[in-house]
Ligand binder design. Structure first.
Ligand SMILES: *C1O[C@H](CO)[C@@H](O)[C@H](O)[C@H]1NC(C)=O
Ligand SMILES: *[C@@H]1O[C@H](CO)[C@@H](O)[C@H](O)[C@H]1NC(C)=O
Ligand SMILES: *[C@@H]1O[C@H](CO)[C@@H](O)[C@H](O)[C@H]1NC(C)=O
Ligand SMILES: *[C@@H]1O[C@H](CO)[C@@H](O)[C@H](O)[C@H]1NC(C)=O
Ligand SMILES: *[C@@H]1O[C@H](CO)[C@@H](O)[C@H](O)[C@H]1NC(C)=O
Ligand SMILES: *[C@@H]1O[C@H](CO)[C@@H](O)[C@H](O)[C@H]1NC(C)=O
Ligand SMILES: *[C@@H]1O[C@H](CO)[C@@H](O)[C@H](O)[C@H]1NC(C)=O
Ligand SMILES: *[C@@H]1O[C@H](CO)[C@@H](O)[C@H](O)[C@H]1NC(C)=O
Ligand SMILES: *[C@@H]1O[C@H](CO)[C@@H](O)[C@H](O)[C@H]1NC(C)=O
Ligand SMILES: *[C@@H]1O[C@H](CO)[C@@H](O)[C@H](O)[C@H]1NC(C)=O
Length: 794
């Protein structure tokens, strides 16, 4: 289909000139030569096999490129401006002073060669376009900056990459897949780089020596060589004589890397002679988010949307799908609004990154139940004995290979019935693509956010005191309240401000020392039965903290079965509502100040207060802002009040999905490094002013690849385009070094290996720039075997 469109465009635009022109066009272009887009001119190679010029794409736009010129398909093999097509009346000039420039009609000039003056340009018969100086030295060649294709005679050196097109012949801009000859180890890897993918195909040529990919011109074989030998062969057979065929190797929009031939005589299409991937659905993220991959012909991946989902871009099904009904955040999760669909003979591509929990000796019913009841679980597979639950992003659902056909895929589909009944309003698409996995709804976040500590005059004296290392001697000045007092203060617990992990929070007013103070009363609900002594111990630990960046406990109630904590109420909200508001981004300086405040508060909890406190649930909703917009960490010290003997259930994960360090899910001890991880996520959120997990990024044509912020930042670093994560934030970009340093600190903090994460002290030194910050190892995927809770080891 795409080929036909292109052929039509070509026959209209170029047909006539292509025959007349090569005979008369000299092979070498001299200074002063130029080409104009729209006019049917091009510079063919002497044989006419290739041509250089303006290649028509959609709607009167052109790519300055090189294509196979003698075949009807006019296959593009290279382009200079794949992401910024040139309008009609653009020119490319080899200027009199030896510069090779693409000039847009609006006057914008895009220099192609770099610096040294050229004296001639030639489109060679091998498909290479070359600029030479007056000594015939090559100054620039298209073979050195490949796009998605290599040709016989071309090599790929370590560090070089090919990127697929976004959509075959319809859209030549940079797509989702990358072939990279990794310069650090010589491994050649195919990856869905935007998903921080470590590769779905690789040569495994891990070698410290120099490695090159050779597309041998005399044999038309592709292979990897080191300095002395062939170390990996790709092509194993090509019809002969090879000169009867055109050859190319291309990374495709479907993620495969294939070598093709096209018979010069009587040919009608490109035929594959070698491919990296033989099972088309084996390409990571090939059908995008919520897509489903099948391959009826075993040659191409077919992408569909499951029942309850619609394509993001109907003209390109591989972009993925979006749910037709809203997906709620986990605070509002109501299983009534979801159903579980079971697909026979389906599974997910092995993707340990999204594996959540393996339930042994399960049955289909309990697997469905586990999926249905837990908000964080979005899918599962069931192989008749084991139920493996998956978290988002939902990727790589596919029809099983025959060998694994007993597997069923279980998929949670939002039905939205309840919402539609109550709301009755139609919800626009951008609206319902909610931030799944974020712990608080915006409303709840706002309310919960409003709980902040305020300094009671009686307690304020302590603020000026430095935290004393021998705080043993310091008496806590917490007030004890009776349940009756608090019930009156909160008007019988009538004004609920929101629900947090530990129970409901109520607003109220207290009269203290003749002053009316607005308070927030946290009614602890899930506190396990524990003795008077343990409760008092924990409250005392919280009460002994004194730091500018921590909310202060005013008092508590330990009255029979009632356990409540009393804080001051503040209306300035949480970091969450401050950071993620739609209208306006808070200033960068202010964000940095908040960030350092949180860091100092955490440093105090971890290293400076008498008893180390691991927060266990650092996230924007748990950072509150006082009247001066100083950041204050809330809810610390509560993790220990909960669940000493918490049983393993999937709905009671400590920590919040997304901010949770991977070791939560593994059988590893929980240390202060879990907070470092969550802080790292928060740090990246503050830099980018966006939530860690977002499904609503379609407007920005993201293909869902920046759904998860940490992945997105890693993939941008790997691309060498870190600035993409703060694309429109000129404030942040104005001091690139500082931005880069902070982003790297964030990546160190979210390293899967807790040992490699820095301590809070080091984090602050790195943020302040007093110690160097290197680039962290950009590994990502983790196997989540078992869950672990913030328990008594703390
Ligand atoms: C294309 O070239 C042919 C002859 O080479 C000429 O007759 C025709 O007018 C040209 N078309 C355009 C749009 O320049
Ligand atoms: C580029 O070429 C076009 C067409 O020949 C010519 O009109 C224009 O002046 C040239 N521009 C430069 C900067 O040489
Ligand atoms: C000129 O046009 C190109 C292509 O349409 C565009 O990318 C570029 O931003 C424009 N430059 C200016 C200064 O308008
Ligand atoms: C074009 O330039 C190359 C390199 O300078 C030279 O080898 C070749 O003979 C030239 N061809 C023509 C037709 O002038
Ligand atoms: C290409 O292959 C031939 C023999 O098949 C060999 O002699 C030559 O060195 C190879 N070229 C490269 C660049 O590897
Ligand atoms: C190249 O690879 C061969 C085969 O793996 C190995 O024996 C040889 O030592 C390698 N040479 C270099 C320079 O790495
Ligand atoms: C191409 O087709 C013509 C006519 O059908 C035939 O005579 C010729 O042998 C074919 N050439 C090749 C290389 O197949
Ligand atoms: C695809 O492969 C499967 C298993 O190898 C086979 O059963 C099926 O017939 C193939 N389909 C086609 C269209 O070749
Ligand atoms: C799925 O497989 C089960 C048996 O394992 C069968 O009862 C059911 O009808 C199948 N469903 C579909 C839609 O094929
Ligand atoms: C299901 O998967 C588990 C883990 O991979 C494996 O141990 C078990 O044997 C599988 N069950 C069946 C019926 O294949």
């Amino acid at each position: 289909m795409a080929a036909i469109v292109v052929m039509l465009v070509w026959s209209l635009l170029l047909a006539s000139s292509l025959h007349g022109s090569h005979a008369t066009t000299p092979a070498n272009k001299t200074l002063g030569s130029s080409l104009t887009s729209g006019a049917n001119s091009s510079w063919p190679s002497p044989s006419g096999d290739f041509a250089f010029g303006f290649y028509p794409v959609a709607d009167g736009y052109f790519l300055l490129g090189i294509w196979f010129d003698k075949i009807p398909e006019k296959t593009l093999v290279w382009s200079h401006n794949r992401n910024t097509p040139a309008p009609i009346q653009s020119t490319v000039n080899l200027t009199l002073d030896g510069q090779f420039v693409l000039i847009y009609p609006n006057g914008t000039e895009d220099r192609i060669n770099n610096g040294e003056a050229a004296s001639s340009a030639s489109m060679q018969d091998d498909g290479n376009f070359v600029l030479r100086n007056s000594f015939s030295t090559v100054l620039w060649q298209s073979f050195s900056s490949p796009t998605d294709t290599i040709l016989p005679g071309q090599t790929l050196n370590m560090g070089q990459r090919l990127y697929s097109n976004a959509n075959g012949n319809m859209d030549h801009s940079t797509g989702r897949f990358m072939l990279e000859l990794q310069n650090f180890d010589g491994n050649m890897v195919l990856s869905a780089y935007r998903f921080a993918d470590r590769g779905y195909w690789y040569t495994g040529t891990i070698n410290d020596k120099i490695v090159r990919l050779v597309f041998n011109q005399s044999s038309s074989f592709m292979y990897l060589v080191n300095e002395t030998a062939t170390i990996y062969s790709m092509t194993n057979n090509v019809p002969r004589p090879i000169n009867d065929y055109y050859h190319r190797a291309t990374i495709e929009d479907s993620g495969n890397f294939q070598q093709y031939i096209y018979p010069k005589q009587n040919g009608s299409k490109w035929e594959s002679v070698w491919k990296a991937i033989t099972e088309p659905c084996f390409v990571n993220a090939v059908c995008g988010v919520y897509g489903f991959c099948t391959s009826p012909d075993n040659q191409t991946a077919r992408c569909d949307c499951l029942e309850g989902f619609s394509p993001l871009d109907p003209s390109n099904p591989s972009k993925g799908c979006s749910p037709q009904a809203p997906i709620e955040r986990c605070e509002e999760y109501d299983p009534m609004n979801y159903k579980v669909v079971v697909l026979n003979d389906s599974d997910f591509l092995n993707d340990v990154f999204t594996d959540l929990e393996r339930i042994h000796n399960s049955d289909l019913e309990s697997c469905m139940k586990a999926l249905h009841e837990d908000c964080y679980t979005i899918a599962a597979t069931f192989n008749n004995t084991d139920c493996l639950t998956k978290r988002m992003p939902f990727l790589n659902a596919r029809h099983s290979l025959p060998s694994t056909k007993i597997i069923k895929a279980l998929i949670k589909v939002p039905t939205g019935t309840n919402r539609e009944k109550s709301g009755g309003k139609k919800i626009s698409r951008s609206h319902f693509l909610l931030q799944v996995g974020i712990s608080m709804s915006s409303l709840l976040a706002l309310l919960f956010a409003a709980i902040a500590i305020y300094y009671h005059p009686a307690v304020q004296r302590y603020r000026s005191r430095k935290p004393s290392p021998n705080a043993d001697t310091m008496e806590i000045s917490l007030r004890t309240f009776s349940f009756q007092e608090l019930s009156e203060a909160t008007n019988g617990f009538s004004n609920s401000l929101g629900r947090g992990a530990f129970g409901t929070v109520y607003g109220g007013v207290l009269c203290l020392e003749d002053k009316q103070i607005e308070i927030a009363v946290k009614k602890l609900e899930k506190v396990i039965e524990q003795g008077e002594k343990e409760f008092m111990t924990e409250v005392r630990v919280i009460g002994q903290t004194h730091h500018k960046n921590l909310v202060r406990l005013l008092g508590f109630c330990n009255d029979g079965s009632h356990r409540l904590l009393v804080y001051d109420l503040m209306k300035n909200g949480s970091l969450s509502s401050f950071l993620f508001k739609e209208e306006e981004r808070p200033s960068w300086d202010h964000r940095v100040e908040i960030l350092l405040g949180i860091a100092r508060g955490l440093l105090y909890l971890h290293e400076e207060c008498e008893t180390q406190i691991i927060h266990c649930d650092i996230k924007p909703q748990n950072v509150l802002l006082d009247n001066h917009n100083t950041a204050k960490i809330a809810d610390f010290g509560l993790a220990k009040l909960l669940m000493k003997d918490q049983t393993r259930t999937s709905t009671n994960i400590r920590g919040t999905m997304g901010y949770m360090a991977p070791e939560w899910l593994k059988n590893a001890p929980v240390t202060a490094k879990v907070d470092i991880y969550s802080f790292g996520v928060l740090l990246l959120e503050i830099i980018c002013c966006r939530r860690h997990i977002e499904l609503n990024r379609i407007e920005e044509e993201s293909d869902g690849d920046d759904l998860i912020l940490t992945d997105w930042v890693i993939s941008c670093v790997r691309l060498g385009k870190l600035e993409m994560v703060v694309k429109y934030d000129t404030e942040v970009l104005s001091n690139y070094k500082r931005f880069e340093r902070m982003a790297m600190v964030g990546l160190w903090c979210v390293h899967p290996d807790p040992i490699l994460r820095p301590s809070m002290k080091k984090v602050i030194q790195m943020l302040e720039g007093t110690i160097e910050v290197g680039v962290p190892p950009l590994v990502y995927a983790q196997t989540f075997e078992d869950r672990h809770y913030c328990t008594s080891e703390m």
